[in-house]
Write a protein that binds this ligand. Sequence first.
Ligand code: SAH
Ligand code: DHB
Ligand code: MG
Length: 210
Amino acid sequence: MDSTQYVRSTFIKEDGLLRSITNGLIEHDMPQISVSPEIGKTIYMLTKIAGVRNILEIGTLGGYSTIWLARALPEDGKIITLELKKKHSDFAMQNIREAGLSDKVEFLIGDAADTLKQVEASGDKFDLFFIDADKIQYRHYLDVALGMANPGALILFDNMLLQGRVYDFGDTNPAATALRDLNNFIANHPKLESMLIAIGDGLGVCRFKG
Ligand code: SAH
Ligand code: DHB
Ligand code: MG
């Protein structure tokens, strides 16, 4: 047993629905790139601890992370989740319905480049952002999030270690370069306090000072 297995078996109770998403993704030939259970439980805890009421998620896939987040929201809490692919969104909607969370979750389908403009136009502000879509656009998603963030808001990013490629400094792959640059950017941003938690594929955690 290693520390991840120990933490998982002791602290992370995935129910049948969360577990079924993994199988459903395989069955429907969709990518199996949901966040790890450790990241799921951590974003759930952060949502509760920070008293988050409004969440914007970029990258729904099967709704695995959406369910962790929505389950941490208060009665009147809301999450908007953005997804490029209708097939992913349809599967996620089915899972959210089964979770009994439909009244907390709003789905927007299409390129986040466009759907984010829609969200911006609504004038909504958010307490937490979870960014887990195309890595090259993370910096743009951060810029947009900063414009819609309440003071004290959390901005979270999945995959900020990119399987170790961010600290393999000879790796000039565009995604590795983009996330390496983004780590440096958030670590030194005057309006952010930031941390990279080395669980799953790396969870970037930023707090917006306001
Ligand atoms: N957060 C999910 C996993 C997301 S995987 C979970 O943990 O359960 C990344 C998702 O981002 C994929 O479903 C992919 O289709 C979507 N995506 C990629 N580029 C996108 C874009 N430009 N706009 C919106 N969604 C995008
Ligand atoms: C990929 C994307 C993700 O968001 C992730 O968690 C893992 C892999 C990918 O595009 O390969
Ligand atoms: Mg990811």
